[in-house]
Design a binder for this molecule. Structure first.
Ligand SMILES: [Zn+2]
Length: 402
């Protein structure tokens, strides 16, 4: 009871880790049906699971919509600053703690974007399927990470189980030719009249001005891509934000498909209701629906993979497999992010990740609960020292009496 009163955070964490297991989220879902796929697995490397509290937090920070990222940053910064200020101690000490909390939140955000770390990998039971990404960038894009090369991009994909990816830099054509460690396929992302069109296949440069006048002109790009032998996919968030009333015009103009999941912070909040609407249009016209990492060199994990079958075409030829926490971004109000994002993360833990969390919490709890003698400095040695003291006491002969 005393322990519980002295270490409330540890016990609240333990309760949350256990309670969230009552309504667990599957590691992956099919973005079309919403059901967990039976024939694919999310494989977490051993080091990823050993460091689960860090791995899971950094993943959860990566899968935030822009609005929710801002709300989460604001929420946790405020709570931790307040907690620091309300602690016991000298004003100086309270101020330091009040500053360290928010700093830790910012550092975690930076770590999510740049820290190298083990990542989960998608493994499909059927090896005839290609695990593919339809939309990714290199430093050739104006907003790509500086120094983010084709080799970096290929390695990023390979680590997460991809066997191929289109390279779709902003208005810069990629001609292909990379086969190792995965195949990088030719493509480009054209920006035309409030719309991004991902062109896949043997693409050639186009006169962008011709397609930039208005919606009608923009839609003409689909025909131009067909004449090149390429196909065109309408990208998120643009068709949702700027052309939502014109989906039928996209179809009539020859759009070959739509992105239904895109991991970029400005697109990941695409709501399920809108996705259902696009799916209806795509299914009735037998169009492709795809997921896009839209990687720009930042962040270590994708929120979506595609399973593509070589012989089929159209609506049935591609399966979109996503992380549930990513799909949930459009379902929760941004202001709830400080609570809902941690909860979604915990609900999505596997049992081995859950065990890792509990072990870490208990180790830290025991370390902090071992009473320090006056004059003992805090440090890693406390646990060991208290254990060795006990052993010494057992070995020491009883003090002579009389
Ligand atoms: Zn893009």
């Amino acid at each position: 009871m005393n322990l519980l009163r002295r270490h409330p955070i540890a016990f609240v964490l333990i309760a949350l880790v256990l309670l969230s297991a009552l309504g667990p989220l599957p590691p992956l879902v099919d973005a079309v049906s919403g059901a967990p796929p039976a024939d694919v697995d999310l494989v977490r490397p051993m080091l990823y699971t050993l460091l689960a509290p860090l791995s899971n937090v950094l993943d959860a920070l990566t899968f935030l919509s822009l609005e929710r990222a801002k709300a989460l940053l604001l929420g946790w910064t405020a709570v931790l600053a307040l907690w620091g200020l309300l602690r016991r101690g000298t004003p100086r000490r309270r101020l330091v703690v009040a500053a360290l909390g928010p700093l830790a939140v910012v550092l975690l955000g930076v770590a999510a974007v740049v820290l190298p770390r083990p990542v989960p990998r998608l493994v499909a039971a059927d090896s005839t399927l290609t695990v593919i990404d339809y939309h990714a960038h290199t430093a050739q894009s104006h907003d790509g990470r500086r120094g983010w090369t084709l080799a970096d991009l290929a390695a990023w994909h390979a680590a997460q189980g991809f066997g191929a990816s289109y390279v779709t830099d902003h208005n810069v054509v990629f001609n292909g030719g990379v086969d190792d460690p995965i195949r990088l396929l030719p493509g480009v992302e054209w920006s035309v009249y409030d719309q991004h069109i991902v062109a896949l296949g043997a693409v050639a440069p186009v006169e962008r001005g011709v397609y930039g006048r208005d919606t009608r002109a923009m839609l003409g790009l689909f025909g131009a891509l067909h004449r090149q032998g390429a196909i065109g996919i309408a990208s998120l968030p643009e068709y949702w934000r700027n052309h939502w009333a014109e989906l039928d015009d996209f179809v009539a103009a020859g759009a070959d498909g739509f992105e239904i999941v895109n991991c970029a912070p400005k697109a990941i909040g695409f709501p399920a209701a809108a996705r259902a609407q696009v799916l209806e249009v795509a299914e009735s016209h037998d169009l492709l629906v795809v997921g896009a990492s839209d990687n720009h060199g930042w962040g270590k994990v994708t929120c979506v993979w595609n399973l593509s079958s070589p012989s089929a075409h159209g609506y049935r030829s591609n399966r979109v497999i996503a992380r549930p926490i990513a799909l949930a971004q459009g379902e929760w109000q941004p202001w709830t992010a400080a609570c809902t994002q941690p909860w979604l993360m915990l609900a999505g833990l596997s049992w081995s990740e859950r065990s890792s969390w509990l072990t870490w919490i208990l180790v830290i709890l025991i370390y902090r609960a071992v009473p320090r003698r006056a004059g003992d400095p805090g440090g890693i040695g406390i646990l060991a020292r208290s254990l060795s003291l006990k052993i010494l006491r057992l070995r020491r002969p009883p003090p002579a009496t009389g």
